[in-house]
Design a protein around this ligand. Sequence first.
Ligand code: ATP
Ligand code: LTN
Length: 334
Amino acid sequence: MIGDKKVLFSGMQATGNLTLGNYLGALKNWVALSDEYECYYSVVDMHSITVRQDPATLRRRARTLLTLYIAAGLDPEKNCIYYQSHVSCHAELMWILNCFTYMGELNRMTQFKDKAAKHADNINAGLFTYPVLMAADILLYQADVVPVGIDQMQHLEITRDIAQRFNNLYGEVFTIPEAYIGKAGAKIMSLQDPSKKMSKSDENPNASIYLLDDPDTIIRKFKRAVTDSENQILYREEQPGIRNLLDIYCACTGKTPKEAEREFDGKGYGEFKLAVGEAVVGVLKPLQERMAALEKDKAYIDQVIKDNAQRAAYTANKTLRKVQKKVGFPERVR
Ligand code: ATP
Ligand code: LTN
């Protein structure tokens, strides 16, 4: 709790261009919740290097991501929008939490298994302890809620376990956070393989809609989206491609799957796909316009980066000092 508001923390990695999945599963909810909570939104660049990154590309993507947070509607005066690497408390708390996390717990993480399989030549210790850094992110700010897509649920659970374990030993140090999963769009699937989630690191550009794709590209990708030969627009498991398109359509229009089924009753897939594409273009256009304007204002973005890193560090330091004291580190001599 800060003042009379509960605290919200979330973050995204700068590992690629943001997709519609990231937007509908996470960013859109962030904006919706931002008035109600005291919010921290981080560009988690330290998490990004668990997979090898080209330095110049990472720097550019991190800045684009931070700017996108603002373009999506997060006001950097009201919300703390910052780079994780600018607040050294994250790494310091992570070390301590590492000593309260079991190998067996980390071994169960499905994201680790997926990423290790995908990057078999670089299964580094950071990839393994990734969830501990995530726990440090969340616990430093005493977050009450963490809006994420369903794929991050397991990481939220381990965060809660670590926090609870620490509190059991040392008293009420950490707030136990809750995940917030949005109703629509919690798991958007690949347009080319509806059994896989849409992911910004997918090599096939047709599998994902990127937030900065132009309207023609968006419509073209939807026209090519993999569906089936059933020729009926129904929201059901047997038609994963159509169901995914309905999920996207509903998340963009606010309609329910039932309403959408009725709307497209008797219509062909071509017409339906075009309508989904147009709904997405309608949602992304204002965001893209704000993005173009913000990218021109370098001084403004620089100021946001500087001021918000200071604000974040102030809060994070308070928690870190408390934790250091609890575990028995000597007091600082002033
Ligand atoms: P990567 O491909 O590098 O693993 P990603 O696209 O999976 O990245 P993350 O940076 O891991 O994205 O996730 C950022 C946020 O977006 C998280 O809250 C995550 O749950 C959410 N998210 C990611 N992909 C989807 C998706 N396909 N549908 C809904 N939410 C998603
Ligand atoms: N692992 C998350 C990104 C992330 C995060 C966080 C999300 C890092 N730290 C703290 C919420 C809260 C992901 O989306 N892949």
